[in-house]
Design a binder for this molecule. Structure first.
Ligand code: ADP
Ligand code: MG
Length: 337
């Protein structure tokens, strides 16, 4: 197609044709529409999701420029979110109470996870972050209160109904463990083989795509022990994304990784979000860094929500406990020593 005919397409038509990322890169002046179209014609099944990668491999942009562009776009959207505060919640806790071993872990928690945004949950270790995530996917039930996914209170559902709701979720558990005895390919294929009736050649295509998405093409034959810590997390992320969920939960995706790998995982979260617009919930110790990558933030402390809102506001909070969290100070209202 020539440039003149492309220009007559409406914005929506273009987005469908070039993909959101393609449009973004053209608008940023990094590539031309013709280059995007050329990259698309090189892609398997005209995959607009991975257009950025295709442009990199054709040498039209650098990986750095691609990531930088995605990050700037996310930043702009984060600022818009801070201004508009439009939070259509996809998940909602209403007065959730949970006791474990006689201790109150969630103490009347009310929270909202905005739809199609990145939410960061922070708080001291043992503060109930993982427990609250398990409530969101129905792995734990509250003693009282309700957990809403869209317009359904999942605490009232039976197992079969719950399984149906869970199909929209994917989770990277804190342990993030891969199956050691399985290859990378089989690890990523696992949820597809378990949960779907997909044929093997379809599975192969999906897994290969997921590997390209986490920048690990051609690594399917490796075994977990042959991978670095950062690569294990990326494979775990690929496994979480391969079912194409609409909500993805990441429990400490960067724990135990060095700062450079941590940064690369954050870029990967940003890249994934930009391509897919999944709702993402990230529990993180990477404070304050994680707030540079999230629209929305929730601070959990002593079983309660201490603050929730646009992450930019949380970083700038004057609340003494939150300030202490953000700055990692030993001195302050929270006594840690
Ligand atoms: N299955 C369980 N049985 C008993 N206690 C638990 C269970 N899961 C978590 N807890 C306790 O609940 C508290 C919160 O745990 P968790 O949500 O994992 O904290 P974090 O904020 O670090 O993710 C901790 O004190 C933990 O020991
Ligand atoms: Mg945890």
């Amino acid at each position: 197609m020539t440039a003149t005919t492309t220009q007559t397409l409406s914005t929506t038509d273009k987005a469908i044709k070039l993909g959101q990322i393609g449009i973004l890169l053209v608008k940023a002046g990094l590539v031309t529409e013709q280059q995007v179209e050329e990259a698309l014609s090189h892609q398997l099944e005209s995959d607009t999701d991975l257009i950025g990668e295709a442009l990199v491999s054709l040498g039209y942009i650098t990986q750095h420029d691609l990531l930088d562009c995605l990050r700037r776009q996310l930043n702009q959207e984060r600022q818009e979110y801070q201004r508009s505060r439009e939070c259509a919640p996809i998940i909602r806790f209403e007065n959730v109470v949970k006791e474990l071993d006689g201790r109150r872990i969630l103490d009347n928690v009310n929270l909202e996870i905005p739809n199609q945004k990145i939410t960061a949950i922070i708080g001291l270790s043992g503060g109930g972050k993982s427990v609250s995530l398990k409530h969101m996917i129905g792995l734990m039930k509250p003693d009282s209160g309700s957990v809403w996914i869209g317009d359904q209170d999942i605490t009232t559902l039976n197992n079969a109904q719950l399984n149906k709701v869970r199909q929209q979720f994917s989770m990277l558990f804190q342990s993030g463990a891969l199956f050691d005895s399985m290859s990378v390919f089989d690890n990523i294929a696992f949820p597809l083989r378990e949960k779907t009736k997909m044929k093997e050649d379809q599975i192969r295509r999906r897994v290969e795509k997921a590997l390209r998405e986490v920048h690990l093409p051609n690594m399917g034959g490796k075994f977990p022990e042959e991978l670095s810590g950062g690569m294990v997390k990326r494979v775990a992320l690929a496994r979480a994304m391969v079912t194409q969920p609409s909500i993805i939960m990441l429990d400490e995706p960067t724990a135990g990784l060095d700062p450079i790998i941590e940064r690369s995982i954050h870029y990967l979260i940003c890249d994934t979000y930009m391509r897919t617009r999944y709702t993402m919930v990230v529990i993180s110790h990477a404070v304050p860094e994680i707030f540079n990558w999230a629209h929305h933030g929730i601070v959990l402390h002593e079983g309660k929500v201490l603050a929730a809102g646009p992450s930019i506001d949380i970083v700038n909070s004057k609340h003494p406990v939150i300030k202490q969290f953000i700055n990692g100070e030993l001195d302050g209202p929270v006594k840690v020593m």
